[in-house]
Design a protein around this ligand. Structure first.
Ligand SMILES: Nc1ncnc2c1ncn2[C@@H]1O[C@H](COP(=O)(O)OP(=O)(O)OP(=O)(O)O)[C@@H](O)[C@H]1O
Ligand SMILES: [Mg+2]
Length: 261
């Protein structure tokens, strides 16, 4: 489904992503891990068109998409959430989710202003779909709340609903469990499984190693912009380069034990 080859991104003298290749098959859940500053978010930013790569190609379903504008890439069926939650905090939960359909709705501005029937039908369809997605992420009944009033974990789920409402083929999650307690992490894990079961392929950036190990079919590891491992979870967590370069000495044991979960 996705074939990224030789992706490189430099910021001045810093090579944030260094000749990284990654292939993802339809239906996979792929983990992307690595220490702070390893280049994980930059990799997502390149894939979603926020940054143009300095080198490399990205084929999505056989079509080259590197360097396309973000809304064009979104239209291809790639959606994401953000490491730093980006919600309109003053707006309702429902309106935040509806924003995710924006690039897909065919109704023009004038049709909306004039209140044409086509615009009203479209609006109803978007609302229904958004409510369905809120139910999927476990937020049924919260649609009229102000987004900023929800707990941190729930705000992350609103972001996921916003990404899902466009029915993406590929969903990119940037640290979906950041700041969550153990129970919320379990719920998020179950939600990601459900999303995959409904046919969406997932790439997931995570610092919670036992969660990625339990959830992912495959894990790629970045360190200083370089991909140092890409394998099934059991192999990745016992990979010497991963334990040494990414985890460091003391935490290495913790990661090795994560393989047992
Ligand atoms: N717009 C930018 N301009 C300059 N440097 C940047 C920019 N974006 C990222 N970087 C740098 O690129 C490197 C990779 O950053 P990135 O945010 O991709 O890391 P990360 O793996 O997502 O880290 P974290 O786990 O902390 O989120 C870092 O050194 C960062 O400071
Ligand atoms: Mg990041």
């Amino acid at each position: 489904m996705l074939d990224m080859q030789g992706i490189t991104k430099r910021f001045g003298g810093l090579t944030a992503v260094d000749n990284v290749s990654l292939k993802v098959r339809q239906g996979e859940i792929v983990g992307l891990i690595g220490p702070n500053g390893a280049g994980k978010t930059t990799f997502f930013n390149i894939l979603t068109g926020i940054y143009k790569p300095d080198a490399g190609t990205i084929a999505f379903e056989g079509r080259e998409i590197q360097g396309l504008r973000p809304f064009r890439i979104a239209r291809c069926g790639i959606a994401r959430t953000f490491q730093n939650i980006r919600l309109l905090k003053e707006e309702t939960v429902l309106d935040n989710v509806k924003v995710g359909m924006f690039h897909k709705t065919g109704t023009g501005l004038w049709a909306s202003i004039l209140g044409l029937r086509s615009a009203r039908d479209e609006e109803r369809r978007v609302t229904e779909e958004s409510l369905r997605m809120l139910e999927t992420v476990g937020l049924a009944g919260c649609e009229h709340e102000q987004a900023g009033n929800l707990s941190y974990g729930s705000q992350r789920r609103v972001e996921i609903a916003r990404a899902l409402v466009s029915r993406p083929k590929l969903l990119l999650l940037d640290e979906p469990t950041a700041g969550m307690n153990a129970e919320e992490v379990r719920e998020m894990t179950a939600l990601i499984r459900r999303i995959r079961e409904q046919g969406t392929t997932v790439i997931l950036i995570e610092h919670n190693v036992s969660m990625v190990v339990g959830l992912c079919d495959r894990i790629a590891v970045l360190d200083h912009g370089v991909k140092i491992a890409d394998d099934v979870p059991e192999a990745v967590v016992s990979h010497p380069a991963v334990i040494e370069a990414y985890i460091g000495k003391e935490e290495g044991e913790e990661v090795a034990s994560g393989a047992a979960h």
